[in-house]
Design a protein around this ligand. Structure first.
Ligand code: NDP
Length: 280
């Protein structure tokens, strides 16, 4: 039986509408500063999409486009200024930064209260103990998509492929918070196919096109595809071989139109949360 496609576009539109309505109802003044360094075309697309989402939600957006030759100190100084700016509730530095930057030092410079990506060590620690204000946008978006299926995570076998700090690890933590039995796989995992085949909920965050094939998927699983891979023909494709896996799964996210739009919607939600905390 063909899987139901989880419509990330529609769900993200609903999240953004909720943010917009709350901002209007409670007359909240929220601002998001997005810093982009260099001219990576993919980063430019993401930044433009974030700007559009801000407009839609009634969040003021401030864009800082810096040349690739910008020095670390100059970026840190800008972050200090934004940390002190009352009109800015959230700060996002678009990653990856050019090679000469120390990304970790840049992230740590952002005030944890304005860290709407939730990448700062103190926010990561809070997520670990389940006492957080912000969740990292992509894993939080994946959770919304899982919730939309009506499948209860509690007691389910959950497998996350990928253990990056921004996707795989926090994703595993959020599934664990909802009482899933979680396995995290990575490039050294043995018998990956068998491990994945146990999953009631399978999240792929590998960064390899068509990596997850039908033989790795249990009948009736929920499959969340985080991957965004650009093929030689310019087309976007996920980590999951959609055509064959959608014949086996019960629910599946498409790429594009799945996790991607959710990431931006959750960023809007985090910016609203940041504004509420800072204004209270
Ligand atoms: P990373 O490259 O940081 O992590 C990839 C992970 O996949 C690593 O943990 C790696 O293992 C694991 N991996 C690689 N090869 C294999 C393999 N053969 N078998 C098992 N595991 C493997 O990527 P990110 O987490 O940053 O991103 C993952 C994907 O998600 C990318 O396509 C990215 O573009 C996309 N993405 C999408 C977002 C969205 O909004 N939709 C947001 C962020 C990312 P190891 O640790 O051992 O190296």
């Amino acid at each position: 039986m063909a899987a139901k496609i989880i419509d990330g576009k529609a769900i993200s539109a609903a999240v953004k509408e909720q943010v917009r309505a709350e901002i209007e109802r409670d007359k909240i003044k929220a601002g998001l500063a997005v810093v982009i360094v260099g001219d990576d075309p993919a980063s430019r697309v993401y930044v433009n999409n974030k700007k559009k989402a801000c407009e839609l939600c009634g969040i003021q957006s401030f864009e800082y486009a810096l040349p690739a030759e910008t020095e670390q100190n100059q970026l840190l100084e800008l972050i200090d200024t934004l940390n002190a700016d009352k009109n800015v509730n959230g700060i996002l530095v678009q990653l990856p930064l050019p090679d000469h930057f120390d990304e970790k030092a840049v992230i740590e410079r952002i005030s944890p209260l304005k860290d709407v990506d939730a990448f700062h060590e103190s926010n990561v620690g809070k997520i670990m103990i389940g006492n957080y204000a912000f969740l990292p946008c992509t894993p939080a978006g994946c959770m919304e998509l899982i919730h939309s299926t009506g499948v209860d995570v509690a007691g389910k076998e959950c497998v996350v492929i990928g253990r990056s700090n921004i996707v795989g690890k926090p994703m595993a933590m959020l599934l664990l918070h909802e009482n899933g039995t979680v396995t995290v796989c990575h490039s050294k995992t043995k018998n990956l196919t068998e491990v994945c085949r146990r999953a009631d909920i399978l999240v792929a965050a590998v960064g390899r096109p068509n990596f997850v094939t039908a033989d790795m998927v249990k009948d009736g699983a929920v499959v969340i595809d985080v991957g965004i891979n650009r093929l030689e023909n310019g087309k976007l494709c996920g980590d999951v071989k959609f055509d064959e896996v959608s014949e086996k799964a019960a629910y599946i996210t498409p790429v594009p139109g799945g996790v991607g739009p959710m990431t931006i919607a959750m960023l809007m939600k985090n910016t609203l949360t940041a504004a509420r905390i800072q204004n209270s």
